[in-house]
Design a protein around this ligand. Structure first.
Ligand code: AMP
Ligand code: FE
Ligand code: FE
Ligand code: ZN
Length: 286
């Protein structure tokens, strides 16, 4: 790897195979150090399970670690991903909600498998045959995609999503999600720093509206992920103005998923001065 970041850059959005990434937390730490990142956050979907391993390897590599989670939330029918940096992982309400999210993901995946079985040969064992060798905690549509790809039905995750796994698909089943404003409160109460993820992602029909961001800010939102590989540049200007008006912290992350997505580790970053600001507010800064 040749890329060198000179300003103390942190990639604040990454996934391991504990959720829907394809590499271990340690591999992310080693990779982050090798490309010259000052640090990173592991933000697996709805789980804190990878934190210890990521932290240990980050420190062994001489780089920084900021604990994170990407929470599955919804607001007025729209799916919203909420990044939570540095919450206390032992907070009882947070633990209860994470347990509900993970349990629901499990049941939802099984329900989607039974729907897919009308047209595809697929079973639960094939879905659990991930590179994680039992480390998987947070099962999602990407794991269904991988099983369908391995069975030869589709060329890659993206193809499987487009053809059969999108929200509009007849095989789609929703999973439990908190309302975004409730989730923001929960994160704050657990000592975390809530940041709305990829607010202008190109896979959405439109960006998150200013009204939503205002409502989230009233609930206590602290940041907005304006720098993300899937944010559509032409949607960003109004969000930038809203962010600065509401004094939201602007973050950046790659949403690295190993080989599960084209996003490259370190493709988008957050300067260390911003990370220090986040750390100063949270229960678990390292
Ligand atoms: P789930 O949380 O189970 O509903 O699955 C959503 C996850 O699927 C997101 O976090 C993305 O990582 C992944 N995803 C969504 N669309 C695609 C796509 N087109 N290609 C690859 N991964 C995707
Ligand atoms: Fe994901
Ligand atoms: Fe996301
Ligand atoms: Zn993500």
């Amino acid at each position: 790897m040749s890329e060198i970041f000179t300003d103390g850059a942190f990639d604040l959005h990454t996934h391991s195979f504990i959720s829907d990434g394809t590499t271990s937390p340690s591999e992310i730490a080693i990779h982050a150090a090798s490309i010259g990142l000052a640090g990173f956050s592991l933000t697996d979907h709805d789980t804190t399970e990878g934190w210890a391993e990521a932290r240990t390897e980050a420190h062994r590599q001489g780089i920084d670690f900021l604990p994170g989670i990407e929470l599955t939330t919804t607001h007025l029918g729209r799916s919203v991903h909420l990044l939570a940096y540095g919450p206390d992982p032992t907070d009882p309400t947070l633990q209860t909600e994470l347990a509900m999210l993970l349990t629901s993901r499990f049941g939802r995946a099984q329900e989607m498998i039974s729907r897919l079985r009308r047209d595809f040969i697929l079973d639960w064992d094939a879905v659990l045959q991930t590179p994680s060798e039992g480390a998987l905690q947070s099962v999602g549509r990407p794991h269904l995609a991988d099983a369908l790809v391995n069975a030869g039905y589709f060329t890659d995750r993206s193809d499987a999503f487009t053809q059969v796994l999108s929200q509009r698909s007849k095989y789609y089943v929703p999973t439990y999600a908190l309302d975004t404003t409730v989730a923001i409160q929960l994160v704050l109460n657990a000592g975390g720093f809530p940041v709305v993820a990829h607010p202008a992602a190109s896979r959405m029909r439109r960006p998150l509206s200013e009204l939503y961001i205002e409502e989230f800010a009233r609930a206590g939102l602290r940041g907005i992920e304006l720098s993300h590989p899937e944010n559509r540049e032409e949607w960003l200007e109004p969000l930038r103005l809203t962010a600065s008006r509401l004094q939201l912290v602007e973050t950046g992350g790659s949403d690295y998923h190993g080989s599960g997505k084209p996003n490259l580790l370190g493709q988008r970053t957050t300067p260390s001065v911003v990370v220090q600001q986040i750390r100063a507010e949270v229960a678990t800064p390292h």
